[in-house]
Design a protein around this ligand. Structure first.
Ligand SMILES: Cc1ncc(COP(=O)(O)O)c(C=O)c1O
Length: 361
C-alpha cells in the first residue's frame, strides 16, 4: 500500500506523511486526463471536489458545506484569523508551544492587534485561559497536538468555556487529524485548520479549513473569490452568483485538483480502516516504543497520559544526533528535534518494525 515500506522503516509522520500507492495512481489519472483532454470539464472537477469534501467532512464529523480546501495549515489559520472581527487593541492569545505556523500568521497579518503568548504545556487549558482573560481577548489559537512533545490537549471543556465568553477558538489540527479520532462536534471545535501532508498522507500543498455554521455566522467573510460561489456552468459569466453562505466561500479560484484528488484517496484509506482503530493501533505501537525507550533509560518527553501519535525522548548516554544518524544508516526515518528523538508511527507500521528500531538503538 505504501512504497516507502520497501525502503525504510518510516516513523516520521509528524513531519511528512507517505502518499499511498492508490493516491499516486489517482493523481496520475487526473494528470493524464488533463494532459490528454486539456479541460476535462466542470462536472469532472466538481465530482472530485465534492467527493473530497465529503471525505474530509466524514473524517472530522463535519458537513461538506463547512469545509474549504486550502493550500496548507497556515493558509487555513490565515483565513480564520483575518475573518475574526478584531478592532484596534484587541487581543489574540496564542499557545506559546505551538508550531511557528500560527505564530507567523498572527505576527505579520493582524496589524494593530495584540498577541499574547501563553504556556499551556501540562496544564489545564481552561485554568490557563482564565488567568489571562480580559475584555479585549477575542480569540485563542492552539495546536491540538504539540509538534515536539506530542502532548494532546483536551478541547471540550476549553471550547465550552470560550463559547460562553464569545471567544473564538482556532485549532491547528495537523498533528491530530488522521492520527487520533478528531470529532469537531464531540470536542466543540468551531474552527479547525489542517494541512493534508502529515497524518492524512496527502500531497504537500493541500489542506482544509472547517468552520461550524455558528462560527461562520460570526466571521467577517472577507476572503472570497469567484470559486467561492455556486456556478451552474462556465458558459456565461454575465450574472455573478452570490458566494456560498458557508466555508466554501473561502476558496478563491481554480483549485489544486490533482492534490485534492490525491488527498481524497489517502483519506478514503484512513476512513476504510476506521479512525478509532487507527488511534488504537498507533497507541499500541507507541506504547511498545515507549516501554522500550524506558528500558533503555531514555528520558521520555511525551506526557504518557496525553499521548497521540508522537513519542519523543532523549538518550542520557549519547547525543540524540548520533542515535538519529545510526537509525538513518539503517534506513529508519524519524525526526531529530532539540537534541531529542521524535518517533511518529502510523497505523500501517508494525510491531516488528518497532522491535527492530529498539534493537538498533
Ligand atoms: C502543529 C503544526 N502546524 C502546522 C505545521 C505546518 O504548517 P503548514 O501546513 O502551513 O506548512 C506543522 C508542521 O510541522 C505543525 O507541526
Amino acid at each position: 500500500m505504501f512504497l516507502v515500506n520497501h525502503n525504510f522503516i518510516y516513523l516520521n509522520h509528524a513531519s511528512t506523511g507517505v502518499i499511498p500507492e492508490a493516491a499516486v495512481k489517482k493523481m496520475n489519472e487526473v494528470i493524464d486526463d488533463f494532459a490528454q483532454q486539456g479541460d476535462p470539464g466542470k462536472e469532472y472537477q466538481d465530482v472530485i471536489s465534492r467527493e473530497a469534501r465529503k471525505r474530509v467532512a466524514q473524517l472530522i464529523n463535519g458537513e461538506l458545506e463547512n469545509i474549504a480546501f486550502t493550500m496548507n495549515t497556515s493558509h487555513a489559520i490565515y483565513i480564520a484569523l483575518t475573518n475574526i472581527p478584531l478592532g484596534e487593541g484587541d487581543v489574540v492569545v496564542v499557545m506559546n508551544e505551538c508550531f511557528p505556523a500560527a505564530k507567523y500568521v498572527v505576527k505579520y497579518n493582524l496589524p494593530g492587534i495584540e498577541v499574547e503568548y501563553v504556556n499551556f504545556a501540562q496544564k489545564d487549558p481552561v485554568e490557563v485561559i482564565k488567568k489571562v482573560l480580559n475584555s479585549r481577548v477575542r480569540a485563542l489559537v492552539v495546536d491540538h497536538v504539540q509538534y515536539f512533545t506530542g502532548e494532546r490537549m483536551s478541547l471540550l471543556a476549553l471550547s465550552n468555556f470560550l463559547k460562553e465568553k464569545g471567544i473564538f477558538l482556532i485549532v491547528d489540527g495537523i498533528q491530530a487529524v488522521g492520527c487520533i479520532n478528531v470529532d469537531v462536534k464531540r470536542e466543540g471545535i468551531d474552527i479547525l485548520a489542517c494541512g493534508g501532508s502529515k497524518w492524512l498522507n496527502g500531497p504537500q500543498g493541500t489542506g482544509f479549513l472547517y468552520t461550524s455554521p455558528e462560527a461562520f455566522r460570526r466571521l467577517k467573510k472577507i476572503y472570497t473569490g469567484w470559486l467561492g460561489a455556486p456556478w451552474k456552468d462556465y458558459i456565461s459569466f454575465d450574472i455573478l452568483p452570490e458566494p456560498f453562505e458557508d466555508a466554501r466561500r473561502f476558496e478563491l479560484g481554480t483549485r489544486n485538483l490533482i492534490g485534492i484528488a490525491g488527498l481524497s484517496e489517502s483519506i478514503s484509506i484512513l476512513l476504510e480502516y476506521g479512525l478509532e482503530k487507527i488511534e488504537k493501533r498507533i497507541r499500541k505501537l507507541n506504547t511498545l516504543l515507549l516501554e522500550g525507550l524506558k528500558r533503555k533509560k531514555f528520558e521520555i518527553i511525551t506526557p504518557e497520559n496525553r499521548m497521540a501519535g508522537i513519542v519523543t525522548g532523549r538518550t542520557k548516554s549519547a547525543l540524540a544526533e548520533s542515535v538519529y544518524k545510526k537509525l538513518k544508516e539503517n534506513n529508519i526515518i524519524i525526526s531529530l528535534r532539540n537534541n531529542a528523538l521524535r518517533f511518529s508511527p502510523h497505523f500501517y507500521n508494525t510491531e516488528e518494525e518497532i522491535e527492530k528500531v529498539l534493537e538498533i538503538i
